[in-house]
Every structure is written in C-alpha cells, then in structure tokens.
Design a protein around this ligand. Structure first.
Ligand code: NDP
Length: 468
C-alpha cells in the first residue's frame, strides 16, 4: 500500500498510526490514512501562525502562488482523480471534472482583488475601509466533494492573506493529501497545512487557540457543535450545512422535456450533494407522468463501481450513510408509500443502492422531512401552488430550491417565495463561482464564491487619518 503523508510546514510528514480507508464500491479497505497526533496538530497550527505575517503582506506573491498551485493540481489531476474515485466512489470522469474544476476555482480566486474603499479624502482627513485577513483559518470538509469543496475554501482564505490548516473527512482523506503533495512547492512553507485523522481531530482543531476562523462544510448537527465551540473564543465561522431542497413542478411543464434535468438535479453524485433536489412537489395534473418518467430514468442509469466505464452513478460513500438511506426507504415503505422503482441495495458487497423513486408519501415521512443524502427521491403532489410553497418552506433547512414551468415569469415569482439561499428556475444544482452561495435557516451562515467569499475571509479595518 502507498504511504500517504500529512503536509506540515511545507514537508510531507509520516505519522505513527494510521486508519483504514474503504473503497465504497467493494466495502474493502484499500489504503490507510495518516493519523495526525496532537503534537502534529499543534505543529500544523503553529506553522500556519508563523507563516501568516509574511503571507498576509504581499498580494502579488499570493496571486502568483495560487496560479502555481492551480497548475500543480492540473498537472497531477489524473492520479488524484483515481484516488478520489477509489475513496469516494464517484465515476472516474466525474472525479477528473472535480479536480480540474478545483484548479479553475483557484485560478479565479487568484484574480480577485481586495479593493480599498475611500469614505473621505479631503483637507480634513482620509478615511479608508480596508479588508484584513483573520490569521489562521481551520478548514473542515465532508466526503461528497472532498477536493472541490476544500479548494474553493482554501483559495478564498489564501488569496485574502490567511494561512490555513485543512482537515478533510476521514472517509475521503487521500485525494486531499495528494493535492498537498502536488502543491508542496507551489506555496511557501506553512501557508497551507493538511492534516487527517479520525474523530476527535476536527474538534481539537476548532478548539485550538490560534485558530481565528473556522470554515466548515458538513451536517447541521456538526455545524451547531462547531458554532458552539467558536462562540467560546469568538472565532469567526462560515457554515455550509445540509439541505432538503424542494423542487416545485407547476401544471404547465413539458414533462418529457424537463424530467431528465430534474432527475440529474436529484441523483448527481448519487444524491450526495448538499443542493440536490431532495423532494419534489408536482402539480396533480402532471404528477403521475413525472413519476413514471423519473422512474424510467432511474432504471436506465447504470449504478456501480466508479472505475468501470459504463458507470454513471457510484455507490453511497460509506456504511453509515448507506444504512441511513436504507432505513429511510424502509420507514417510507412501512408507512404505506409506493416504492415505484429501486428500494434495495445492488449486489452483495460495497454500498451501491438502486436509484429509487417514491410516491404516495406524506410530508411527515422521514424520507421527506429529513435530508436523505442518497439516491432516493420522494415525489409528492399538490393542487394549490400556495400550499406547495408552504410545504416546501415548512422545514429548518434553507439551502436551495427550484421551480419548473413553461412560463419563466410565473416560475420566478414562485421561486422568489422559497426560503432558501439559491432558488433556481427550470434547473437545480447549477452553481457558479461568480455568484454567492450560502444557506438560510439551519443550512448555514455566511457565503462563499467571488467577492462574497473573499469578504467572508476578511474583516474590516478603518484607517482614519486627521489632516489639517
Ligand atoms: P459531518 O458533519 O459528519 O462531517 C463533516 C466534517 O466535520 C468531517 O471532516 C468530520 O470529521 C468533521 N467533524 C465531525 N465532528 C466534528 C467536530 N465536533 N468538530 C469539528 N469537526 C468535526 O458531515 P459529512 O461528512 O457526513 O457530510 C455530509 C453533510 O455535509 C450533509 O449534511 C451535506 O448536506 C453537508 N454538505 C453541505 C454542503 C454545503 O455547501 N452546504 C456541501 C456538501 C455537504 P470526522 O468524521 O472525523 O468527525
């Protein structure tokens, strides 16, 4: 087995112990991740603290380093993608897209500016508002898009002048460590440190007194714990948390034209996307046809080992998540729902689960009320649009939502009533680095992407000069 190493102070570092990493397509251990010790965690944070003064002073050097970092990731994209598929499960082509997309995110961040706003400049004085980095940022990431989520956050933090300690999920640590290996010489030592390990490494990191900001993506439950820890030391936080996105399908849609798009809005990455469509409210006049169209897609799309060329959707990433998806489907079945297609695992090893469409299900069923985060979609019906909007909003989640119609103005009006960070019309899941992204209610605090992400990586400083 290859040895994977931490990145601390520009060095690739071995650890005394390690933990197993499982290929979700087989359910078997295929590699071991390095278990960061408490001393190594301290070194990583102290090193980031030491690197901060020089790094934060020179924007031109930061831009150059980020361009080099993006190039290094591109140059190593093939080997990183292979490992990403092995540990995460997604088809290889999609793993490559994730890695290349990460490099683009870094390039875009390298082009961002931190403009100084002049409030007053006259004979009485000069008042400027500047953006300053926080210091050391702890970046903590989940297992669904380990590289792209990490690199989006890291790029924003770094270009703003922060230094970073990055901790990926122990389910998917290796692709992030390979990124560390690739970019080792692109950045000055200590500017980006990558540590891996099992619980409670994340908690130890967030509690470290040198950490001034925590940038976290993961579940609502963990996000609340992170916010509570941050509060004790008034560390700043950005939280990108779970979602239970609703899609409202109006009576005037062309089902044949939109069903495929809706399917991919729900099943991309086997439903393991924070902003996947997780429940559908379809007008009663189109409900049956839509259910049949989605079921036909679900049956057609090949689920399997991401290394096989015919695979379009990979397994669920881990056993706990696989068990949760199975449990939610069984709960719906017992409650009288119709499992239109799917509803069972595929094969007798690994965590592949059949694409599942569920009908005749109530809003109160767990598969509707909770975030399933897997390849299962409940399709409910409505007769009154206001009622559909009320039901879509009747949740603590508020990440995304969508409205589907042949009449864009009508759909936009409905979309504007959704209580969520991003409301799409005739699409779902369409993220762009040019627009801010964040959740309302329990789906998050703060924003990423573009100048909004940069603002989240900085705090304001007013320079107030007396003249005359
Ligand atoms: P978790 O919340 O379980 O874990 C996320 C990360 O937090 C992991 O690295 C985990 O490491 C770490 N962690 C766990 N406990 C703590 C703690 N007390 N302090 C600090 N870090 C901790 O989420 P999942 O990995 O299961 O990811 C799935 C969730 O992420 C879904 O709810 C999904 O919707 C959400 N998500 C949100 C996105 C968004 O942009 N809004 C994007 C992608 C996913 P360890 O396992 O070692 O504890």
């Amino acid at each position: 087995m290859s040895e994977y190493k931490l990145l601390i102070n520009g060095d690739l570092v071995s650890t005394e112990s390690s933990f197993p990493v499982i290929n979700p397509a087989s359910g078997e251990v295929f590699a071991r991740g390095p278990e960061c010790s408490p001393e190594q965690l301290n070194q990583a944070v102290e090193t980031a603290q030491a690197a901060f003064p020089a790094w934060s002073k020179d924007l031109a050097a930061r831009k150059k380093a980020l361009v080099a970092m993006a190039g290094a990731i591109q140059a190593n994209s093939e080997s990183i993608a292979q490992v990403l598929t092995l540990e995460q499960g997604k088809p290889l082509q999609q793993a490559k897209t994730e890695i290349m997309g990460s490099a683009i995110q870094i390039q875009l961040a390298a082009g961002l500016e931190l403009p100084v706003e002049v409030i007053q400049d006259n004979d009485k004085g000069l008042i400027e508002v500047r953006r300053k980095p926080y210091g050391v940022v702890a970046t903590i990431t989940p297992w669904n898009f380990p590289v792209s989520i990490a690199m989006g956050k890291v790029a924003s933090a770094l270009i703003a002048g922060n230094t970073v300690v990055l901790k990926p999920s122990p389910y998917t640590p290796l692709s992030t460590l390979l990124v560390g290996q690739a970019i080792q010489s692109a950045l000055p030592p200590g500017v980006l440190n990558i540590i891996t390990g099992s619980d409670p490494l994340g908690s130890h990191l967030t509690n470290h007194p040198y950490i001034r900001k925590i940038d976290f993506t993961g579940s609502v439950g963990t996000g609340k714990k992170v916010a509570a820890v941050a509060a004790t030391d008034l560390k700043r936080v950005t939280l990108e948390l779970g979602g239970n996105d609703a899609a409202i399908v109006l009576d005037d849609v062309d089902v044949d034209a939109m069903a495929k798009k809706l399917f991919w809005g729900a099943f991309t990455n086997s439903g393991q996307v924070c902003i996947a469509t997780k429940r559908v409210y379809a007008h009663e006049s189109v409900h049956q046809k839509l259910v049949q169209s989605l079921a036909a897609m679900a049956d057609k799309v090949v689920v399997g080992d991401g290394m096989l060329p015919e695979t379009r959707l990979g397994p669920v990433n881990n056993k706990a998540q696989f068990d949760r998806v199975s449990e939610l489907v069984e709960d719906a079945r017992k409650g009288g729902a119709t499992i239109v297609t799917g509803g069972q695992p595929i094969g007798d090893k690994g965590y592949c689960y059949a694409n599942t469409i569920i009908s005749d299900v109530d809003d109160s069923a767990r598969i509707v009320a909770e975030e399933q985060f897997g390849p299962v979609l409940p399709v409910l019906s409505f007769s009154d649009v206001d009622d559909a909007i009320r039901r879509a909003n009747d949740t603590h989640f508020g990440l995304g939502g969508s409205v589907w119609s042949s009449n864009v103005d009508r759909a936009t009006e409905v979309a504007s009533q959704l209580e969520c960070g991003t409301a799409w019309v005739n699409q779902h899941l369409a993220l762009t680095p040019m627009a801010p992204f964040g959740g309302s209610k329990w789906s998050g605090m703060g924003y990423i992407n573009g100048r909004w992400g940069l603002e989240g990586s900085t705090e304001l400083q007013v320079i107030n000069v007396k003249r005359g």
